[in-house]
Design a protein around this ligand. Sequence first.
Ligand code: AMP
Ligand code: GLY
Length: 417
Amino acid sequence: MNVLLIGSGGREHALAFALAKSPLLVKLYAAPGNPGIGKLAELISVKVADHEAVISFCKSHDIGFVVVGPEAPLVAGLVDDLTAAGIKAFGPSKFAAQLEGSKGFTKDICAKFGIPTAAYGRFTDETKAQAYLKERGAPIVIKADGLAAGKGVTVAMNMAEAANAVREIFAGRFGTGECVIEEFMEGEEASFFALSDGVNVLALATAQDHKRVGDGDVGPNTGGMGAYSPAPCMTEALCTETLEKIMKPTVAALASMGHPYKGVLYAGLILTQDGPKLIEYNARFGDPETQVLMMRLKDDLLTLLMASVDGTLNKMSVRWRDETALTVVMCAKGYPGDVVKGSHINGLAQDFGKDVEVFHAGTALDGEFIVANGGRVLNVTGLGNTPRDAQMKAYAAVDKIDWPEGFCRRDIGWRAI
Ligand code: AMP
Ligand code: GLY
Protein backbone atom coordinates (compact mmCIF):
# COMPACT_ATOMS: atom_id res chain seq x y z
CA MET A 1 0.00 0.00 0.00
CA ASN A 2 1.12 3.56 -0.65
CA VAL A 3 1.09 5.77 2.43
CA LEU A 4 1.17 9.56 2.76
CA LEU A 5 2.62 11.01 5.96
CA ILE A 6 1.71 14.60 6.82
CA GLY A 7 4.19 16.72 8.78
CA SER A 8 7.83 17.75 8.92
CA GLY A 9 9.09 17.36 12.49
CA GLY A 10 11.10 14.88 14.49
CA ARG A 11 7.84 13.14 15.34
CA GLU A 12 7.17 12.54 11.66
CA HIS A 13 10.72 11.33 11.04
CA ALA A 14 10.22 8.79 13.83
CA LEU A 15 6.84 7.76 12.37
CA ALA A 16 8.47 7.41 8.95
CA PHE A 17 11.24 5.29 10.53
CA ALA A 18 8.56 2.90 11.86
CA LEU A 19 6.30 3.00 8.77
CA ALA A 20 9.22 2.28 6.46
CA LYS A 21 9.70 -1.08 8.21
CA SER A 22 6.10 -2.17 7.57
CA PRO A 23 5.59 -5.30 5.45
CA LEU A 24 2.38 -3.64 4.19
CA LEU A 25 4.16 -0.62 2.76
CA VAL A 26 4.79 -0.25 -0.94
CA LYS A 27 5.77 3.39 -1.10
CA LEU A 28 5.93 6.16 1.48
CA TYR A 29 5.33 9.81 0.60
CA ALA A 30 5.63 12.75 2.98
CA ALA A 31 4.24 16.28 2.80
CA PRO A 32 6.27 18.35 3.31
CA GLY A 33 8.73 16.13 5.24
CA ASN A 34 12.35 17.07 5.95
CA PRO A 35 15.77 15.85 4.75
CA GLY A 36 15.79 13.00 7.30
CA ILE A 37 12.35 11.82 6.19
CA GLY A 38 13.56 12.25 2.61
CA LYS A 39 15.82 9.21 3.08
CA LEU A 40 12.75 7.05 3.75
CA ALA A 41 10.01 8.69 1.69
CA GLU A 42 9.44 10.71 -1.44
CA LEU A 43 8.89 14.30 -0.33
CA ILE A 44 6.05 16.13 -2.04
CA SER A 45 5.27 19.81 -2.04
CA VAL A 46 1.46 19.72 -1.96
CA LYS A 47 0.11 22.32 0.50
CA VAL A 48 -1.30 20.49 3.53
CA ALA A 49 -3.78 23.30 4.27
CA ASP A 50 -5.28 22.82 0.80
CA HIS A 51 -7.38 19.73 1.49
CA GLU A 52 -8.57 19.44 -2.11
CA ALA A 53 -4.95 19.33 -3.28
CA VAL A 54 -4.13 16.60 -0.74
CA ILE A 55 -7.16 14.58 -1.86
CA SER A 56 -6.25 14.92 -5.49
CA PHE A 57 -2.64 13.84 -4.77
CA CYS A 58 -3.95 10.77 -2.90
CA LYS A 59 -6.20 9.84 -5.82
CA SER A 60 -3.52 10.26 -8.47
CA HIS A 61 -0.90 8.32 -6.48
CA ASP A 62 -3.08 5.47 -5.25
CA ILE A 63 -2.62 6.38 -1.58
CA GLY A 64 -4.30 3.76 0.59
CA PHE A 65 -3.63 5.40 3.93
CA VAL A 66 -2.79 8.86 5.24
CA VAL A 67 -1.07 9.42 8.60
CA VAL A 68 -1.52 12.92 9.99
CA GLY A 69 1.27 13.86 12.43
CA PRO A 70 0.66 17.41 13.72
CA GLU A 71 -2.37 18.93 15.44
CA ALA A 72 -3.05 21.83 13.08
CA PRO A 73 -4.33 19.73 10.14
CA LEU A 74 -6.43 17.64 12.55
CA VAL A 75 -8.06 20.72 14.04
CA ALA A 76 -8.57 22.02 10.49
CA GLY A 77 -10.52 18.85 9.61
CA LEU A 78 -8.13 17.18 7.19
CA VAL A 79 -9.15 13.70 8.35
CA ASP A 80 -12.86 14.57 7.90
CA ASP A 81 -12.25 15.75 4.35
CA LEU A 82 -10.08 12.76 3.39
CA THR A 83 -12.61 10.35 4.87
CA ALA A 84 -15.47 12.05 3.01
CA ALA A 85 -13.46 11.59 -0.19
CA GLY A 86 -13.14 7.87 0.50
CA ILE A 87 -9.49 7.97 1.61
CA LYS A 88 -8.53 6.23 4.84
CA ALA A 89 -6.79 8.61 7.21
CA PHE A 90 -5.39 8.16 10.71
CA GLY A 91 -6.27 10.73 13.32
CA PRO A 92 -9.32 12.25 14.99
CA SER A 93 -12.04 14.24 13.28
CA LYS A 94 -12.17 18.00 13.66
CA PHE A 95 -14.80 17.64 16.40
CA ALA A 96 -12.84 15.01 18.36
CA ALA A 97 -9.58 16.95 17.96
CA GLN A 98 -11.12 19.61 20.21
CA LEU A 99 -9.79 17.46 23.05
CA GLU A 100 -6.52 19.18 22.20
CA GLY A 101 -7.79 22.32 20.49
CA SER A 102 -9.99 23.52 23.31
CA LYS A 103 -9.08 23.25 26.98
CA GLY A 104 -12.60 24.27 27.93
CA PHE A 105 -14.11 21.45 25.83
CA THR A 106 -11.90 18.89 27.60
CA LYS A 107 -12.52 20.29 31.08
CA ASP A 108 -16.27 20.17 30.52
CA ILE A 109 -16.06 16.51 29.44
CA CYS A 110 -14.00 15.71 32.54
CA ALA A 111 -16.60 17.38 34.77
CA LYS A 112 -19.54 15.66 33.09
CA PHE A 113 -18.00 12.18 33.03
CA GLY A 114 -16.11 12.22 36.33
CA ILE A 115 -12.62 12.10 34.83
CA PRO A 116 -10.00 13.14 37.41
CA THR A 117 -8.49 16.54 36.64
CA ALA A 118 -7.87 19.85 38.40
CA ALA A 119 -10.91 21.80 39.62
CA TYR A 120 -11.46 24.72 37.28
CA GLY A 121 -13.46 27.70 36.15
CA ARG A 122 -13.97 28.78 32.53
CA PHE A 123 -14.33 32.49 31.74
CA THR A 124 -15.04 34.85 28.87
CA ASP A 125 -15.27 37.87 31.17
CA GLU A 126 -12.20 39.37 32.83
CA THR A 127 -13.97 40.72 35.93
CA LYS A 128 -15.43 37.33 36.73
CA ALA A 129 -12.07 35.65 36.09
CA GLN A 130 -10.29 38.05 38.47
CA ALA A 131 -12.97 37.50 41.11
CA TYR A 132 -12.54 33.70 40.84
CA LEU A 133 -8.78 34.14 41.26
CA LYS A 134 -9.27 36.11 44.50
CA GLU A 135 -11.63 33.46 45.80
CA ARG A 136 -9.18 30.59 45.06
CA GLY A 137 -5.80 32.16 45.85
CA ALA A 138 -2.30 31.13 44.68
CA PRO A 139 -0.65 28.88 43.61
CA ILE A 140 -3.02 28.62 40.70
CA VAL A 141 -2.83 27.88 36.97
CA ILE A 142 -4.11 30.18 34.21
CA LYS A 143 -4.56 28.96 30.63
CA ALA A 144 -5.56 30.68 27.41
CA ASP A 145 -8.05 28.53 25.52
CA GLY A 146 -7.18 27.34 22.02
CA LEU A 147 -3.99 26.06 20.45
CA ALA A 148 -1.27 28.23 21.97
CA ALA A 149 1.63 25.79 21.50
CA GLY A 150 2.17 25.50 25.24
CA LYS A 151 2.76 29.23 25.54
CA GLY A 152 -0.65 30.16 26.93
CA VAL A 153 -0.13 28.52 30.34
CA THR A 154 1.00 30.31 33.50
CA VAL A 155 1.65 28.39 36.70
CA ALA A 156 1.34 31.38 39.05
CA MET A 157 2.97 31.06 42.45
CA ASN A 158 1.53 34.39 43.68
CA MET A 159 -1.54 36.54 43.12
CA ALA A 160 0.22 39.33 41.21
CA GLU A 161 1.50 36.87 38.63
CA ALA A 162 -1.94 35.26 38.39
CA ALA A 163 -3.78 38.56 37.92
CA ASN A 164 -1.29 39.59 35.25
CA ALA A 165 -1.72 36.31 33.34
CA VAL A 166 -5.50 36.80 33.26
CA ARG A 167 -5.05 40.40 32.11
CA GLU A 168 -2.79 39.28 29.24
CA ILE A 169 -5.28 36.72 28.00
CA PHE A 170 -8.11 39.26 27.90
CA ALA A 171 -5.79 41.78 26.23
CA GLY A 172 -5.73 39.24 23.37
CA ARG A 173 -2.11 38.12 23.65
CA PHE A 174 -2.98 34.56 22.69
CA GLY A 175 -5.66 35.33 20.14
CA THR A 176 -8.49 34.12 22.37
CA GLY A 177 -10.90 35.84 24.73
CA GLU A 178 -11.39 32.75 26.83
CA CYS A 179 -9.48 31.58 29.84
CA VAL A 180 -9.47 28.52 32.07
CA ILE A 181 -8.33 28.91 35.67
CA GLU A 182 -7.49 25.73 37.49
CA GLU A 183 -6.31 24.27 40.74
CA PHE A 184 -2.55 23.78 41.05
CA MET A 185 -1.80 20.05 41.14
CA GLU A 186 1.34 18.76 42.80
CA GLY A 187 3.24 15.66 41.72
CA GLU A 188 5.47 14.14 39.05
CA GLU A 189 4.42 14.61 35.43
CA ALA A 190 4.20 11.77 32.92
CA SER A 191 2.75 11.14 29.48
CA PHE A 192 0.55 8.21 28.57
CA PHE A 193 -0.21 7.22 24.98
CA ALA A 194 -3.09 5.08 23.77
CA LEU A 195 -4.73 4.27 20.45
CA SER A 196 -8.49 4.39 20.07
CA ASP A 197 -10.75 3.25 17.25
CA GLY A 198 -13.73 5.10 18.67
CA VAL A 199 -14.77 2.24 20.94
CA ASN A 200 -11.72 0.22 21.97
CA VAL A 201 -8.66 1.65 23.68
CA LEU A 202 -5.22 0.05 23.30
CA ALA A 203 -2.60 1.32 25.73
CA LEU A 204 0.68 2.13 24.02
CA ALA A 205 3.48 3.29 26.30
CA THR A 206 4.58 5.94 28.79
CA ALA A 207 7.18 8.68 28.51
CA GLN A 208 8.49 11.75 30.27
CA ASP A 209 9.27 15.03 28.56
CA HIS A 210 11.46 17.99 29.59
CA LYS A 211 9.52 21.16 28.89
CA ARG A 212 11.85 23.87 30.18
CA VAL A 213 14.71 25.04 28.01
CA GLY A 214 17.47 24.85 30.64
CA ASP A 215 19.25 22.18 32.69
CA GLY A 216 17.55 21.61 36.02
CA ASP A 217 14.16 22.48 34.48
CA VAL A 218 14.66 26.24 34.45
CA GLY A 219 13.81 28.92 31.88
CA PRO A 220 10.89 29.25 29.52
CA ASN A 221 8.65 26.41 28.34
CA THR A 222 9.43 24.79 24.99
CA GLY A 223 7.86 22.18 22.76
CA GLY A 224 10.05 19.62 24.57
CA MET A 225 13.83 19.39 25.01
CA GLY A 226 14.14 15.64 25.41
CA ALA A 227 12.23 12.57 26.51
CA TYR A 228 12.55 8.98 27.51
CA SER A 229 10.34 5.93 27.57
CA PRO A 230 9.23 4.11 29.63
CA ALA A 231 8.58 6.51 32.52
CA PRO A 232 9.67 4.58 35.65
CA CYS A 233 7.12 6.45 37.81
CA MET A 234 4.27 4.98 35.75
CA THR A 235 3.93 1.63 37.49
CA GLU A 236 1.66 -1.01 36.03
CA ALA A 237 -0.97 -0.12 38.63
CA LEU A 238 -0.85 3.56 37.64
CA CYS A 239 -1.08 2.65 33.94
CA THR A 240 -4.19 0.57 34.63
CA GLU A 241 -5.71 3.36 36.71
CA THR A 242 -5.01 5.88 33.94
CA LEU A 243 -6.53 3.61 31.32
CA GLU A 244 -9.66 2.82 33.34
CA LYS A 245 -10.34 6.20 34.97
CA ILE A 246 -9.09 8.62 32.31
CA MET A 247 -8.61 7.21 28.80
CA LYS A 248 -11.54 4.79 28.51
CA PRO A 249 -14.10 7.22 29.99
CA THR A 250 -12.91 9.92 27.58
CA VAL A 251 -13.33 7.66 24.57
CA ALA A 252 -16.76 6.61 25.86
CA ALA A 253 -17.68 10.28 26.36
CA LEU A 254 -16.82 11.24 22.78
CA ALA A 255 -18.71 8.20 21.45
CA SER A 256 -21.78 9.18 23.48
CA MET A 257 -21.59 12.65 21.91
CA GLY A 258 -21.84 11.02 18.48
CA HIS A 259 -18.21 11.84 17.58
CA PRO A 260 -16.12 8.74 18.24
CA TYR A 261 -12.46 9.48 18.92
CA LYS A 262 -10.21 7.64 16.48
CA GLY A 263 -6.49 8.18 16.64
CA VAL A 264 -3.80 8.48 19.25
CA LEU A 265 -4.77 9.96 22.56
CA TYR A 266 -1.89 11.50 24.46
CA ALA A 267 -2.63 12.29 28.09
CA GLY A 268 -0.41 14.67 30.05
CA LEU A 269 -0.74 13.53 33.66
CA ILE A 270 0.23 14.66 37.13
CA LEU A 271 0.67 11.83 39.62
CA THR A 272 -0.96 13.41 42.66
CA GLN A 273 -1.45 11.90 46.11
CA ASP A 274 -4.98 11.08 45.00
CA GLY A 275 -3.82 9.22 41.89
CA PRO A 276 -3.18 10.28 38.29
CA LYS A 277 -4.99 13.40 37.15
CA LEU A 278 -5.29 14.76 33.65
CA ILE A 279 -3.47 18.01 32.84
CA GLU A 280 -4.38 18.03 29.19
CA TYR A 281 -4.96 15.90 26.14
CA ASN A 282 -3.20 16.02 22.83
CA ALA A 283 -4.93 14.51 19.81
CA ARG A 284 -1.68 13.38 18.18
CA PHE A 285 1.62 11.73 18.98
CA GLY A 286 4.02 13.72 21.17
CA ASP A 287 7.14 15.39 19.89
CA PRO A 288 9.79 14.30 21.03
CA GLU A 289 7.99 11.42 22.82
CA THR A 290 7.27 9.63 19.53
CA GLN A 291 10.99 9.42 18.83
CA VAL A 292 11.49 7.30 21.94
CA LEU A 293 8.29 5.31 21.46
CA MET A 294 9.23 4.30 17.92
CA MET A 295 12.68 3.10 19.09
CA ARG A 296 10.90 0.69 21.46
CA LEU A 297 8.02 -0.47 19.25
CA LYS A 298 8.37 -4.11 18.20
CA ASP A 299 5.14 -4.48 16.23
CA ASP A 300 4.11 -3.01 12.91
CA LEU A 301 3.02 0.63 13.29
CA LEU A 302 1.04 0.70 10.05
CA THR A 303 -1.07 -2.31 11.13
CA LEU A 304 -1.83 -0.62 14.45
CA LEU A 305 -2.76 2.74 12.91
CA MET A 306 -4.99 1.03 10.35
CA ALA A 307 -6.77 -0.86 13.14
CA SER A 308 -7.57 2.50 14.72
CA VAL A 309 -9.32 3.61 11.53
CA ASP A 310 -10.96 0.23 10.85
CA GLY A 311 -12.34 -0.22 14.38
CA THR A 312 -10.43 -3.44 15.02
CA LEU A 313 -8.17 -2.46 17.93
CA ASN A 314 -9.90 -5.11 20.08
CA LYS A 315 -8.03 -7.69 17.99
CA MET A 316 -4.66 -6.00 18.46
CA SER A 317 -1.90 -6.14 21.02
CA VAL A 318 1.35 -4.27 21.06
CA ARG A 319 4.84 -5.23 22.21
CA TRP A 320 7.67 -2.95 23.30
CA ARG A 321 11.34 -3.49 23.86
CA ASP A 322 12.19 -3.58 27.56
CA GLU A 323 15.08 -1.18 27.11
CA THR A 324 14.87 2.56 27.72
CA ALA A 325 14.95 4.92 24.77
CA LEU A 326 16.11 8.48 25.43
CA THR A 327 16.20 11.41 23.06
CA VAL A 328 18.08 14.68 23.32
CA VAL A 329 16.69 17.61 21.33
CA MET A 330 19.38 19.74 19.69
CA CYS A 331 18.15 23.30 19.11
CA ALA A 332 19.38 26.37 17.30
CA LYS A 333 20.78 28.94 19.75
CA GLY A 334 18.07 31.35 20.84
CA TYR A 335 15.27 28.77 20.99
CA PRO A 336 12.50 29.07 22.22
CA GLY A 337 12.97 32.71 21.14
CA ASP A 338 14.11 33.85 17.72
CA VAL A 339 16.70 31.70 16.00
CA VAL A 340 18.97 32.23 13.03
CA LYS A 341 18.34 29.75 10.22
CA GLY A 342 20.88 28.35 7.79
CA SER A 343 23.84 27.30 9.98
CA HIS A 344 25.62 24.17 8.69
CA ILE A 345 25.44 20.88 10.58
CA ASN A 346 28.26 18.43 9.90
CA GLY A 347 28.83 14.82 10.85
CA LEU A 348 25.31 13.50 10.30
CA ALA A 349 26.36 10.97 7.68
CA GLN A 350 28.56 8.95 10.05
CA ASP A 351 27.55 5.63 11.60
CA PHE A 352 26.40 6.32 15.17
CA GLY A 353 25.99 2.64 16.04
CA LYS A 354 23.02 0.30 16.06
CA ASP A 355 21.36 1.70 19.18
CA VAL A 356 21.31 5.31 17.99
CA GLU A 357 19.01 7.14 15.59
CA VAL A 358 19.30 10.81 14.72
CA PHE A 359 15.86 12.07 13.80
CA HIS A 360 15.59 15.32 11.86
CA ALA A 361 13.16 18.03 12.94
CA GLY A 362 13.84 21.59 11.69
CA THR A 363 16.48 20.81 9.08
CA ALA A 364 16.73 21.75 5.41
CA LEU A 365 19.03 21.03 2.52
CA ASP A 366 21.28 23.78 1.22
CA GLY A 367 22.84 22.16 -1.84
CA GLU A 368 24.45 19.08 -0.37
CA PHE A 369 24.62 20.48 3.19
CA ILE A 370 22.19 19.93 6.03
CA VAL A 371 21.35 23.28 7.63
CA ALA A 372 19.27 24.36 10.60
CA ASN A 373 15.82 25.53 9.57
CA GLY A 374 13.94 25.99 12.84
CA GLY A 375 14.14 25.98 16.63
CA ARG A 376 14.18 22.27 17.43
CA VAL A 377 16.49 20.79 14.83
CA LEU A 378 17.70 17.25 15.66
CA ASN A 379 16.57 14.50 18.04
CA VAL A 380 19.51 12.33 18.99
CA THR A 381 18.09 9.10 20.34
CA GLY A 382 19.74 6.20 22.14
CA LEU A 383 18.46 2.82 23.27
CA GLY A 384 20.04 1.24 26.35
CA ASN A 385 19.54 -1.37 29.03
CA THR A 386 19.03 1.35 31.64
CA PRO A 387 18.09 5.04 31.45
CA ARG A 388 21.73 5.84 32.23
CA ASP A 389 22.96 3.63 29.38
CA ALA A 390 20.49 5.19 26.91
CA GLN A 391 21.55 8.65 28.10
CA MET A 392 25.24 7.86 27.58
CA LYS A 393 24.60 6.60 24.05
CA ALA A 394 22.52 9.64 23.13
CA TYR A 395 25.07 12.16 24.44
CA ALA A 396 27.99 10.28 22.88
CA ALA A 397 26.22 10.75 19.53
CA VAL A 398 25.41 14.41 20.29
CA ASP A 399 29.12 15.01 20.87
CA LYS A 400 29.97 13.59 17.44
CA ILE A 401 27.76 16.13 15.68
CA ASP A 402 29.57 19.25 14.58
CA TRP A 403 27.18 22.18 14.92
CA PRO A 404 28.60 25.19 16.80
CA GLU A 405 25.34 27.15 16.42
CA GLY A 406 23.33 24.47 18.23
CA PHE A 407 22.78 23.61 21.89
CA CYS A 408 20.98 21.01 24.00
CA ARG A 409 20.21 20.26 27.62
CA ARG A 410 22.86 18.04 29.21
CA ASP A 411 20.60 16.49 31.84
CA ILE A 412 17.86 14.72 29.86
CA GLY A 413 16.71 11.72 31.86
CA TRP A 414 17.76 13.01 35.31
CA ARG A 415 14.50 11.96 36.94
CA ALA A 416 14.85 8.37 35.75
CA ILE A 417 18.54 8.20 36.64
P1 AMP B 1 -0.35 22.38 29.43
O1 AMP B 1 -0.06 23.23 28.22
O2 AMP B 1 -1.78 22.38 29.83
O3 AMP B 1 0.24 21.01 29.29
O4 AMP B 1 0.48 23.01 30.61
C1 AMP B 1 1.89 23.21 30.50
C2 AMP B 1 2.56 22.83 31.79
O5 AMP B 1 2.02 23.60 32.89
C3 AMP B 1 2.34 21.38 32.21
O6 AMP B 1 3.25 20.52 31.62
C4 AMP B 1 2.51 21.45 33.71
O7 AMP B 1 3.88 21.45 34.05
C5 AMP B 1 1.95 22.80 34.06
N1 AMP B 1 0.56 22.69 34.49
C6 AMP B 1 -0.54 22.77 33.72
N2 AMP B 1 -1.66 22.63 34.45
C7 AMP B 1 -1.27 22.46 35.73
C8 AMP B 1 -1.96 22.29 36.97
N3 AMP B 1 -3.29 22.30 37.03
N4 AMP B 1 -1.22 22.13 38.09
C9 AMP B 1 0.13 22.17 38.04
N5 AMP B 1 0.83 22.35 36.91
C10 AMP B 1 0.16 22.49 35.76
N1 GLY C 1 6.29 17.17 23.86
C1 GLY C 1 5.07 17.82 24.07
C2 GLY C 1 4.10 17.71 23.00
O1 GLY C 1 4.27 16.99 22.02
O2 GLY C 1 3.07 18.37 23.09
